[in-house]
Design a protein around this ligand. Structure first.
Ligand code: CP3
Length: 346
């Protein structure tokens, strides 16, 4: 049965409308835990797959063919806009992203290019158009970007960081440079997310994965205005999920920055998080990705526990609290999705 596009359970839940069951998708649902993904990765590098629209579309659809997911997320990476902006990086084997020339001074930041994503990241826009055709009447497609802070941290640190000493240092000690950097990133993100909407995505997620390293004060002072600017600058015709990890002390501030849905990790009780946020916003989360390594009865117990905390209130999207981990058993992913649909049936 084909579904009218305004009736997709995932999109209804984003708008806090009643659904017959709780919709579920998984962050990083396309990836190394799937043998279909690993088979393609033998032939192509990760960035080659991102930059080839046909391959990116194919990888996006791999988990959709295998599981009864309620949404697809376009296969790409939060770092993709940085290369055309003039920040080069590579994925070194086993290390994650490595930037050879991190930006730490005003003169470097001034050189960053404010790009036209429609032209300069056209491969992503093409991948979105291919996937939309494939999924019409089945499930909606989510687009995404990193949030300004998380992207700034990669640009400044030169890769993943444990303590964010350089990022926080620049932020508090050289505010003019910080402002120029965050302004430029924000402008690119507004253009990038709107271009994804024009290409066909039906929802967006903003990943502020590492913002939980900040105090509430610093978040409010140095980050919130830019996240808000991005969210305010994006066409309101599609719902936006505002996600962060280790964000329990930042939830109210994240809501102030914006988003139709707030995404939370497993370190918070999702029921308490929603009560604090208020029921005028939807919520996404929050199974610990490590639970998927446990036996199926544990997975079912955890699913029930999370659903119980939601009291059957409309506006919950089931997800993990962060991306699915490599080596996660594929059968357990199928069992999780089935459990969410089964136990939430109304
Ligand atoms: O959710 C999806 O399925 C869409 C695809 C997606 C990827 N990355 C694919 C990917 C999304 C939404 C992301 C977001 C992303 N990328 C984030 C934010 C979400 C989060 O997890 O916090 C961040 C911080 C990145 C940056 C990034 N990309 C890192 C640190 C790494 C290396 C670590 C790792 O898991 O290997 C990547 C690589 C990456 N991005 C892979 C995938 C499938 C693995 C690449 C491979 O095949 O080796």
């Amino acid at each position: 049965m084909r579904i009218n596009k305004d009736q997709y359970p995932f999109l209804r839940a984003c708008r806090r409308e009643a659904t017959e069951y709780t919709p579920v998708w998984l962050m990083r649902q396309a990836g190394r835990y799937m043998k279909e993904y690993r088979a393609l990765r033998k032939k192509y590098s990760f960035l080659e797959m991102c930059k080839n629209p046909e391959l990116a579309a194919k990888v996006t659809l791999q988990p959709i063919e295998r599981f009864k997911l309620d949404a697809a997320i376009i296969f790409s990476d939060i770092l993709i806009p940085l290369e055309p902006m003039g920040v080069e990086f590579e994925f070194a084997k086993g290390e994650g992203p490595v930037f050879h020339h991190p930006l730490r001074e005003r003169k470097d930041v001034e050189k960053l290019r404010v790009i036209e994503p429609e032209e300069e990241i056209s491969f992503l826009m093409k991948a979105i158009r291919i996937v939309r055709k494939e999924l019409e009447g089945e499930i909606p497609l989510i687009g995404f970007s990193g949030a300004p802070f998380t992207l700034a941290s990669y640009i400044i640190e030169g890769g993943h960081s444990k303590n964010y000493i350089l990022t926080k240092g620049l932020m508090v000690q050289d505010r003019p440079t910080w402002n120029v950097l965050m302004e430029k990133i924000s402008e690119v993100l507004i253009r990038y997310l709107n271009a994804q909407i024009r290409s066909g995505v039906q929802a967006l997620q903003l990943f502020d994965s590492w913002v939980g390293c900040l105090s509430p004060h610093d978040y409010e002072e140095y980050v919130l205005p830019y996240s808000k600017k991005v969210i305010d600058g994006v066409d309101k015709k599609v719902p936006l999920i505002h996600f962060a990890t280790s964000s329990s002390t930042l939830l109210e501030l994240m809501k102030r920055a914006g988003g139709d849905v707030i995404g939370v990790d497993w370190r918070v009780d999702i029921g308490e998080a929603w009560a604090r946020l208020g029921y005028d916003v939807a919520i996404q989360g929050n199974l610990d990705p490590v639970v998927l390594f446990g036996p199926v009865d544990l997975i079912e117990k955890e699913v029930k526990r999370i659903l119980d905390r939601m009291d059957g209130r409309p506006g919950h999207i089931f997800n993990l609290g962060h991306g699915i981990l490599p080596n996660t058993p594929v059968d357990h992913v199928a069992a999780l999705i089935e459990a969410v649909h089964h136990y939430s049936k109304r």
